[in-house]
Ligand binder design. Structure first.
Ligand code: ADP
Length: 361
């Protein structure tokens, strides 16, 4: 299969004759063969953007290109794009076989070719033995595979998935996401996948776009977005983080960060830190938690606090620690025999200075 790119250039979409802007100035390029996630909270415009690529929604501004050609005015059925809906949208009265064959029958393909393609599609998703069943005789995961087979059988150039795993229980979701990814890798079909679940996006996507309020906040690989978020929204949405806002003052190699509720924190300066109002972000696992005054490692920014809440999660323990008027989160890896600290214990938190990110407000 020839792999194609999908590109949005300054795409804007509004409802109510321009009164409700749902997508603003979307610029995105999804590379041929990429597994690309649209990640954002509910109402951020992800589904609207996906439906726009499919042709079910029309944008008023900008261009949508597939394989370099503007398809803004091409009908959905002529776009050669396959979409799997969150609800699967299977025909309940039809057998699995007929559900999968549906798109090919509609295209008036000859019977022998249909038989071959449906057989191959069912085999691809591991459901050859279920061809005679009806959707209500299948588990959620199997229904999801039928929906996928039905979409892939038409050999779309672009595969669109709208929250494909959200109806499955946690264990099946984890299993299906790796199945989905290996299928995508095998077929090489450019895939755009909508999710509000950052773990799902991070574990599967080659790259992802984080959306909020109809705007693409940042695009990049999961690791790049996690390590170098470009604003506080992305820092908080991709992974868990501590965010503090304050004023920066630079003197030589050191920097003073004055944050209400905690006071002044001294830390090494950083090229992205500018004098004035900024936010700092640091991940809970980059914060050490110690009792007593013994440790004085200069690579860390030390603050005093009191444990307010302890959550034992198995691999690690998550602490909410009161520091002045702020609550900071610190994760500590857990080992056998290490008892989690109870609330009210006085601790010192060491924030790894190399892991602090400075973000514009
Ligand atoms: P997401 O998929 O990120 O949850 P959606 O794309 O479904 O978000 O919706 C984005 C915004 O567009 C929401 O605020 C929603 O209320 C609004 N919206 C969606 N469809 C319509 C419509 N037909 N008319 C008006 N507003 C709509």
């Amino acid at each position: 299969m020839r792999k194609v790119s999908v590109e949005c250039r300054r795409v804007g979409l509004s409802y109510d004759r321009g009164k409700t802007e749902v997508l603003s100035d979307i610029n995105l390029r999804i590379e041929p063969g990429e597994f690309f996630a649209l990640l954002g909270p509910s109402g951020s415009g992800k589904s609207t953007l996906l439906r726009l690529i499919a042709g079910f929604n029309r944008h008023q501004r900008g261009e949508l290109l597939v394989d370099g050609k503007d398809v803004s005015h091409v009908e959905p059925s002529a776009r050669n794009i396959g979409m799997v809906f969150q609800s699967y949208a299977l025909w309940p009265h039809m057998r699995v076989w007929d559900n999968v064959a549906f798109g090919l029958v509609e295209r008036r393909m000859d019977k022998a070719a249909i038989r071959e393609k449906v057989g191959a599609a069912l085999e691809m998703v591991g459901l050859s033995a279920y061809a005679e069943r009806r959707p209500n005789q299948l588990s959620g995961g199997q229904q999801q595979r039928v929906a996928l087979a039905r979409t892939l059988v038409i050999e779309p150039q672009v595969l669109l998935l709208d929250e494909p795993l959200s109806n499955l229980d946690k264990k099946l979701r984890v299993q299906m996401r790796s199945e989905l990814l290996s299928l995508q890798r095998k077929l090489g079909v450019t895939t755009v996948f909508v999710t509000h679940d950052q773990e799902e996006a991070m574990t599967t996507a080659d790259r992802m776009a984080v959306m909020d309020k109809g705007v693409v906040q940042q695009v990049g690989t999961p690791v790049a977005l996690f390590d170098y978020p470009s604003n506080p929204f992305v820092a908080g949405f991709v992974g868990t983080t501590n965010l503090l806002t304050g004023e920066i003052e630079k003197t030589g190699d050191t920097l003073r960060f004055r944050t209400p509720g905690i006071g002044e924190l001294a830390m090494p300066t950083h090229p992205s830190a500018r004098p004035g109002r900024m936010a700092i972000s640091f991940r809970p696992h980059t914060v050490r938690i110690v009792i007593g005054d013994a440790v004085r490692d200069g690579a860390y920014v030390w603050v005093n606090g009191v444990v307010e809440h302890t959550e034992f999660l198995g691999e690690f323990t998550r602490y909410q620690v009161r520091v002045g008027e702020s609550l900071l989160t610190a994760d500590q890896p857990h080992y056998c025999g290490l008892a989690p600290l109870p609330p009210a214990v006085q601790v010192r938190l060491g924030i790894d200075a190399s892991q602090i990110r400075f973000l514009p407000l």
